[in-house]
Design a binder for this molecule. Structure first.
Ligand code: HEM
Length: 152
């Protein structure tokens, strides 16, 4: 990576944003695996919201699925914001952030497909692997922005 001497230092808030995105993706994955293993996967058959909507208290049978969707939506918002805010001069980080933003869009649609197909195994497998790929890209965004800031 080239030296960034003479250029203004990368704002810490960008790295913080990338880190929060990373934490949110990680949390979404943990909650996803948890509610998959307690077999709540098809407890909420509607999309994008569960029957009681966004602000109504979720019924017990789909509380964890509700949490999964809510955290996923917040994670997506953070990933999009990170993709916008990472400066283009940090080419690798910008590329990783943009790919992560594209992947999270695919993941949201895959979530819909998983719900409407009533847990088709191929779609569930794709949902899991897409989540892992997304985690890797958000991690790279965080690492490359942190590295860039350290260098400058
Ligand atoms: C940031 C976005 C998301 C990530 C990273 C993510 C990740 C995951 C992961 C890792 C699992 C566990 C898979 C397994 O153990 O086989 C899972 C399960 C699941 N996810 Fe997501 N997910 C996201 C968004 C969504 C959305 C938006 C929906 C639907 C509205 C959704 C619906 C589901 C369902 C129904 C399952 C349960 C599958 C089962 O019971 O086997 N996900 N998710």
């Amino acid at each position: 990576m080239t030296s960034q001497k003479g250029e203004p230092r990368l704002k810490k808030s960008i790295i913080v944003l990338a880190f929060i995105s990373l934490g949110l993706v990680y949390s979404t994955m943990i909650v996803g695996v948890y509610f998959s293993s307690i077999e709540q996967g098809i407890a909420c058959t509607e999309w994008p919201l569960c029957p009681n909507g966004l602000f109504g208290a979720p019924e017990e049978r789909y509380t964890v699925e509700y949490a999964h969707r809510l955290i996923a939506a917040i994670a997506a918002a953070f990933i999009y914001a990170t993709a916008i805010i990472v400066p283009s001069k940090i080419k690798r980080a910008k590329k990783a952030a943009l790919i992560a933003a594209a992947i999270v869009s695919v993941q949201l649609v895959l979530g819909l497909a998983v719900v409407f197909s009533q847990l088709n195994p191929l779609l569930v497998a794709s949902h899991l692997s897409t989540g892992v790929s997304m985690f890797a890209l958000v991690l790279l965004t965080f690492l490359w922005t942190s590295f860039w800031r350290k260098q400058s």
